[in-house]
Design a protein. Structure first.
Length: 177
């Protein structure tokens, strides 16, 4: 594949709006986490989700090797937290960001829309990334806040409803944050 085609592939996926999560775990050296927008439901029985993560990052190896992790679904009000976890040099897991960190337990982000707790059951090499399968054994639900979305290298929130969608709630427009 040419580098031009790789850039076109990336540009195509920047047009795909996705929810934003932070995947976090506790390690011997403290908490570790990363902003991830590739989370998807895999199975309800057993409850499983997946996400992809770069194999070249600092957080990826620690997350996939952890015995237990949590996938936090972020609210629009948590855009600064998501940005901090996407920036290697920004502070992470601070009390000001809403983190509750306890030794031996995955970090908990107060105010997250949902938290999926579980263990990594399979890691598949996929090009320069890993596809990670997580079996979920606990789900925490936060308030029904507006979700945080990622689209074209920016964070967005939902805006005004446009009208009813088929088999779902009302359609929404995006607003940049």
């Amino acid at each position: 594949m040419t580098s031009e085609f790789a850039e076109r592939f990336k540009a195509g996926f920047r047009r795909h709006a996705a929810g934003v999560t932070i995947v976090a775990a506790s390690t011997e050296n403290g908490p570790v986490g990363a902003t991830v927008s590739s989370v998807t439901s895999v199975s309800a029985s057993p409850p499983m989700l997946s996400f992809s993560m770069s194999r070249s990052g600092r957080s990826g190896p620690k997350l996939v090797e952890s015995s237990r992790l949590v996938v936090h679904v972020l609210a629009a009000s948590q855009a600064k937290v998501a940005a901090a976890f996407a920036d290697r040099s920004a502070p992470r897991f601070t009390a000001e960001q809403g983190w509750i960190v306890r030794t031996g337990h995955p970090p908990v982000l107060d105010g997250a829309m949902a938290g999926f707790y579980g263990r990594v059951v399979r890691v598949l090499a996929a090009g320069e990334a890993w596809l990670v399968l997580v079996e979920v054994d606990e789900v925490s639900l936060g308030d029904g806040a507006a979700p945080l979305l990622h689209h074209d290298r920016r964070f967005w929130s939902l805006g005004e409803a446009l009208g009813p969608a088929v088999h779902a709630g009302p359609a929404q427009t995006l607003r940049p944050l």
